[in-house]
Design a protein around this ligand. Structure first.
Ligand code: AMP
Ligand code: GLY
Length: 416
């Protein structure tokens, strides 16, 4: 098989590396990819992810067996629809199905219509009405911009003032552009967060092992929200019963609900969950693999990812097996991230029994320099979370923290 991956981050690096490890795969291309991926034998392709005609031409000329779409933007732009219209095999939801991530309101309707446990909510297009509702509900309360806001369109307001400021920013100052003209006001859920991802083909659901992301920039969940500073898997403090409840009450009804809605979903469905006193509740759905969750989930997969996707595309029953180990991944970010950050620093060599997944890097594969906020992620597997943490943090000692920073507590929540 020859495989094309769309995307350029650490998530795509992990997907591409896992697929390339399959004995059935002869080549993996990644568009645009990044030069760090080339260290692992992944071939990068200089075609932008919104250039659908050139991507289609590339897939046809190179006789790509199938294409896998990593990020949400090309999914919502209908890349899957365009590949299918060109008669090409592609794994991912079409434009309509990707709305489960693209519109919070669409996602909430699917949840309400299928009795999927989630926070109570109301959506607003009128600023005054939203203000009145928030005042009536009081804090803590959660304000979300409808539509994609690159992970930054969510305010968890602990006070009424914070909530009102967020509404003003989103609805009148249009800080997140048009995606803020409609907001969802949501009940605050208390409990531990976890991510449950699954391969979905219409009604069929094949869950993966769970993981936990760390969204805040600094140790002890301090500082601003980011795209994710690290993750680990398994999440032992979330019980098997809770995971099973999430599979039964969230993933299955979501998949069948999408079919009934006339928007059947095939691809990776990601449920962001909070384990509350009343059981797991959804905070968001994504139509793709999570970043950085993928970098700790895929290394634990004992089966062949290329075969799983191929089976799903061929209408066959895929077989998923998992290792009984643990994986920890720590993001190394550029000083200043998530606000304006430093660029152009040389990427340090990180040695040890670890994997490095590159994201915000540029230059030549032998001489990488930093170009993005989240620069790379260091991941290790071991029998326990503690042992995996030890490998990662030992390797990270060689990173000069004047230009870079990372969290020192990824995985610690598993010990509380
Ligand atoms: P999101 O960008 O939707 O992943 O949200 C960012 C973060 O806000 C999540 O990772 C949660 O920590 C938090 N969050 C979102 N919705 C809620 C909610 N209803 N209750 C409590 N926390 C939430
Ligand atoms: N790690 C969160 C996300 O991928 O949306």
């Amino acid at each position: 098989m020859k495989v094309l991956i769309i995307g350029s981050g650490g998530r795509e690096h992990a997907i591409a590396k896992k697929i390339l490890s399959s004995p059935k795969v002869s080549a993996v291309y990644c568009a645009m990819g990044n030069p760090g991926m080339e260290k692992d034998g992944i071939q990068t392709v200089a075609i932008q992810e919104d250039n659908h005609p050139e991507l289609i031409e590339f897939a046809q000329e190179q006789e790509i067996t199938w294409t896998f779409v990593g990020p949400e933007v090309p999914l919502l732009n209908g890349l899957v629809d365009d590949f299918q219209a060109a008669g090409l095999m592609v794994f991912g939801p079409n434009k309509q199905a990707a709305m489960i991530e693209g519109s919070k309101e669409f996602a909430k309707e699917i949840m309400v219509n299928n009795q999927i446990p989630t926070a109570a909510y109301k959506s607003f297009t009128d600023y005054e009405e939203a203000v009145a509702y928030v005042k009536e509900q009081g804090a803590p309360i959660v304000i979300k911009a409808d539509g994609l806001a690159a992970g930054k369109g969510v305010t968890v307001a602990m006070t009424l003032d914070e909530a009102l400021a967020a509404l003003k920013e989103m609805m009148t100052d249009l800080k997140f552009g048009a995606s803020g003209s409609k907001v969802v006001v949501e009940e605050f859920l208390e409990g531990e967060e976890f991510s449950l991802l699954a391969f979905v083909r219409n009604e069929e659901v094949y869950p993966m092992v769970i993981s936990q992301d760390h969204k805040r920039a600094y140790d002890q969940d301090k500082g601003p929200n980011t795209g994710g500073m690290g993750a680990y898997s398994p999440v032992p403090q979330i019980s098997e019963t809770t995971v099973q409840e999430a599979i039964d009450k969230v993933l299955h009804p979501a998949a069948s609900g999408m079919v009934e809605n006339g928007t059947p979903f095939t691809g990776i469905l990601y449920a962001g969950l909070i384990s509350t006193k009343e059981g797991p509740k959804v905070i968001e759905f994504n139509a793709r693999f999570g970043d950085p969750e993928t970098q700790v989930v895929l290394p634990r997969m004992a089966s062949d990812l290329a075969v799983i996707i191929d089976d799903l595309l061929e209408g066959k029953q895929p077989e998923l097996k998992w290792k009984e180990n643990a994986a920890v991944g720590v993001v190394v970010a550029a000083e200043g991230y998530p606000a304006s950050y430093k660029k152009g620093m040389a990427i340090p060599d990180v040695a040890g029994e670890i994997n490095v997944y590159y994201a915000g890097v540029t230059g030549e594969s032998e001489q990488l320099t930093a170009s993005g906020g989240r620069v790379f992620l260091v991941e290790a597997e071991a029998d326990t979370i503690e042992a995996a943490q030890a490998k990662v943090y030992q390797a990270l000692e060689s990173v000069d923290t004047t230009d870079f920073f990372y969290r020192n507590d990824i995985g610690d929540k598993s010990k509380r």
